[in-house]
Each structure stands twice: as C-alpha cells, then as structure tokens.
Ligand binder design. Structure first.
Ligand code: GLP
Length: 256
C-alpha cells in the first residue's frame, strides 16, 4: 500500500482527482468505481473542474457505485442515486447508460445483487475504485464481521453507521436499516483502489486499518492484501498513526 499523508481535505481531494485524471488519460474507457458520503465530494468537485477545463472526458468511461440504501426510491433526497446525480453525473459527460448504481427498490434484491456483479464483470471489471471509510472501518456498506468472500449483497447497517448517517435525514428513525453494497470480494477485484480519509473521527479506523490484524472486524484492513492501493489521508485522520513504525510496512509520503 502506498500512503500519502496530506495537509487537509482540499489536498486529499486534489491528489485523488489527479489519480483519476491519470487513469482516464491512460485509458479513456476506464471502468470507475465511485463512492458517496462527505469524503469524495471534494474529489468530484475537482474532477468536474478538470472536465470543464477540457483536460478530461468521461464520454467513454463507465461508472459503478458501491452501494445504495434499501427502500429508498431513486428520487428520494437521501438516495445515493440522487447524490450522484447532484454531485457528479449531471455535471460531466459520462453517458447515462453507463452510470450504474445498485437499486434499493428492486423487487428481488438478491437477484439485483447477483446481476450487479455480473454487470461489473461484463464491463471488464473495475479499473479504479474510490473508497471512503466508516468510523467502524466499513468500506462501501460492508460492516464489521461480514465475510471477505461476499460479493454484492444486502447488509444490515450497524447502529454506529445509522447514527453517523442520521445527519443527512430529518430524524434517525428515517435512516434505512438495510443497504445493498458491493461486497469485499467485489471491491478487492478492482485493479486499483484509492482510499480517502479526512478528519480526526476517522483516526481510529485508519490506525486499525494500517496497524492492526487483517480481520473482518475491521473490513478496511483487507486492503492490506490488495496489490495496488493508494491511501490518501489528511493529517487529522493520520493523527493516531505511528509513522516511524509503519514506514517498515508501507511506502509513506508526508506533506511538503
Ligand atoms: C457511508 C458509505 C461509505 C462511506 C462512509 C463514510 O455510510 N456507505 O461508502 O465511505 O459511510 O462516509 P463519510 O465520507 O460521509 O464520512
């Protein structure tokens, strides 16, 4: 794993955008794995800026999102479909027919999950996947203790995740308790992964992801096994790291 520690959220977003730009310049028809949450919003802003400046185009690309709440219609203000429309898809030239997000209202969610993985495979697999991280170490909506072999599936959300995400809803009782998420296996099959973390509330999860055992108790720890991960972490999220000890295990770059 390559670890880039940056000053703040803005620098994290810029560096992540640079990796996406490089990916698209190398392979315009890349399959991109996208994420929601507060963390990647700055990345999307930067990518939209690069697109508006004519540096990149998404017209040959394909996108697969990580997850969606079960029970929320596309147009629901808190659906991840809506998030992607508002924050990215309507602002770049990525064709609508190549924007994929699992449906949280499919009649048969198990079939929807199965078909989602099949679709990813049929498009050649994900070239570059961006991930945030939950305070409990989840990636996508893969909560602690799920099997690493899981492909796209329905997950029951942790109490902590529901509490964390309640800030986007009028009332905590309105936060869905289930989600459909790419599984750890689906994520691990991506050719390259960028993990982003900003803010001191992510400090413990980041410390455990990098310094702890590889265990389903901390889903992001599985990334230690992936051959091509870049973790871009701001100083606040890196505040619990013992950099000197980690330098034996990872390539680490510090802010200039
Ligand atoms: C959400 C999403 C994850 C995201 C994480 C952190 O529940 N399912 O994909 O990485 O929680 O969210 P945030 O970036 O808002 O801290």
């Amino acid at each position: 794993m390559n670890i880039i520690i940056v000053k703040d959220y803005e620098e994290m977003s810029r560096k992540a955008a640079h990796l996406f730009v490089a990916q698209l310049l190398n392979k315009p028809n890349s399959v991109l794995g996208l994420a929601t949450g507060s963390t990647p919003m700055g990345l999307y802003k930067e990518l939209i800026r690069f697109y508006n400046e004519g540096m990149i185009s998404f017209k040959s690309a394909t996108a697969f999102n990580l997850d969606e709440y079960v029970g929320l219609e596309k147009e629901h203000p808190q659906s991840y479909w809506r998030f992607m429309q508002e924050n990215f898809f309507t602002k770049v030239d990525l064709p609508v027919e190549r924007q994929f997000i699992p449906s949280g209202v499919a009649e048969d969610i198990t079939l929807e999950s199965y078909n989602y993985d099949k679709k990813i495979t049929s498009k050649g697999g994900i070239d570059l996947q961006v991930l945030g991280i939950g305070r409990n170490g989840h990636i996508g909506f893969n909560e602690p203790d799920l099997k690493f072999e899981a492909r796209t599936h329905v997950v029951k959300l942790d109490e902590q995740t529901i509490e964390d995400n309640a800030r986007f809803f009028k009332d905590i009782s309105l936060v869905p308790t289930l989600a459909i998420s790419m599984g750890v296996k689906t994520i691990m099959q991506s050719r390259s992964i960028i993990l982003l973390a900003s803010g001191k509330e992510k400090g413990e999860a980041i410390m455990k992801m990098l310094s702890g055992n590889i265990t389903p108790e901390l889903p992001a720890s599985v990334l230690q096994l992936h051959p091509s991960v870049t973790a871009i972490i701001d100083l606040a999220a890196a505040s619990m790291l013992d950099i000197a000890a980690l330098e034996d295990l990872y390539q680490i770059s510090m802010p200039s």
